[in-house]
Ligand binder design. Structure first.
Ligand code: NDP
Ligand code: GDP
Length: 325
């Protein structure tokens, strides 16, 4: 019997890569997607990976418990990956309540659906390194205390603990992946790496002159989404559920990413970057650096793609897009 997976957030970056991975393993993939008046654009990431026609999309919203219960009941998935979220930190400061409802309470809706109608399903929660916020240790692992710095991170912390709580209270096979930032050519344009690679490509093609950014000193542990969805899948293949940090163990600054991206096309970043206060946050996360020893030892997971390789792949993809404008 083939396995069936339900992915929420299938239209996002990770949803597309995870769907491709699972289809490649022979899974039947069902994806929950929000109804939209522009449905023709909803699948652009799945289309770019060539898998849009292989997944079954069903209408639903994770803030709507009834639609989630119905989907889990109707499709009987063996594995459920909850990737849906209001995922942009900056937007969470202006939409804190929506962020709490989707990114926080939405997780409980999924867990309730599992508990009530399909308690044998294995559950993955997309937790985030943003939960470490004002970091309490120079390198963050599963045992580092959390200190969230945005409504997004506060909502993710709720989602993380409710996942742990349902595992401990009801014996669900529920795992939480504490993933550090991960990027790709499919990353949303508002996130800094893609904003940089898209900006560099457009500058190179003469479509814009400057790139306006906020805090260039911020440091992140950046990996590739293709590597990180593999870790999600591995978590649900374990006999015992748990919490896992997924990270590369290397931090770089926003300025470092600019240097790699501009350097790749032979431009000097100093000729084009303009700092703009509108991109600063009310509370910043200055630095994140993960220790993925547990993922390596228990899951056998290690990242394969370096920061330089990833940024070059993103610039090249954005050059193709800019050339077609
Ligand atoms: P994206 O922003 O690319 O995707 C978010 C997805 O959630 C989209 O498919 C979006 O649908 C969907 N969504 C939003 N609100 C709802 C809702 N109310 N009901 C149903 N679906 C909804 O995020 P990523 O793919 O980058 O990230 C996947 C998950 O991992 C997210 O939970 C994110 O917070 C988390 N994460 C991501 C990290 C990263 O660096 N990428 C790091 C750590 C955690 P639509 O297309 O309609 O907007
Ligand atoms: P985050 O780690 O989930 O907030 O991912 P982002 O890609 O949105 O931001 C990463 C870091 O880049 C944060 O510390 C931001 O403050 C910083 N940054 C600097 N300039 C920008 C910008 O113009 N846009 C975004 N999104 N982030 C920026």
């Amino acid at each position: 019997m083939g396995r069936r997976a339900l992915i929420t957030g299938i239209t996002g970056q990770d949803g597309a890569y995870l769907a491709a991975l699972l289809l490649g393993q022979g899974y039947e993939v069902v994806g929950l997607a929000r109804r939209s008046s522009s449905a023709e654009f909803a699948c652009h990431r799945l289309e770019r990976l060539g898998v849009a026609s292989d997944v079954k999309l069903v209408d639903g919203d994770i803030v709507d418990l009834s639609s989630v219960v119905r989907l889990v009941g109707e499709h009987g998935p063996d594995e459920i990956y909850n990737l849906a979220a209001q995922s942009f930190v900056h937007a969470s400061f202006t939409q804190p309540i929506l962020t709490g409802q989707v990114t926080g309470i939405g997780v409980t809706n999924l867990l309730e659906a599992v508990r009530i109608v399909n308690p044998k399903a294995r559950f993955y929660q997309a937790s985030s390194s943003e939960m470490y916020g004002r970091v309490q240790a120079p390198i963050q692992s599963e045992t580092t205390p959390f200190y969230p710095r945005s409504p997004y991170a506060v909502a993710k912390l709720y989602g993380h603990w409710i996942t742990v709580n349902y595992r401990e209270s009801f014996g669900l096979h529920a795992s939480s992946g504490i993933l550090f930032n991960h990027e790709s050519p499919l990353r949303g344009l508002e996130f800094v790496t893609r904003k940089i690679t898209n900006g560099v490509a457009r500058i190179k093609k003469g479509l814009q002159r400057e790139l306006r950014l906020g805090n260039l000193a911020a440091r992140r542990d950046w990996g590739h989404a293709r590597d990180y969805v593999r870790a999600m899948w591995l978590m649900l293949q374990q006999d015992v559920p748990g919490d896992f940090v997924v990270a590369t163990g290397r931090a770089a600054s926003v300025a470092d990413v600019c240097r790699i991206a501009f350097g790749h096309v032979g431009l000097d970043m100093n000729d084009h970057i303009v700092t703009d206060a509108q991109y600063l946050r009310p509370a910043e996360v200055d630095t994140l650096l993960g220790d993925a020893t547990k993922a390596r030892d228990v899951l056998g997971w290690t990242p394969q793609i370096t920061l330089e390789e990833m940024i070059v792949e993103m610039v090249e993809a954005d050059l193709k897009i800019a050339a077609s404008v």
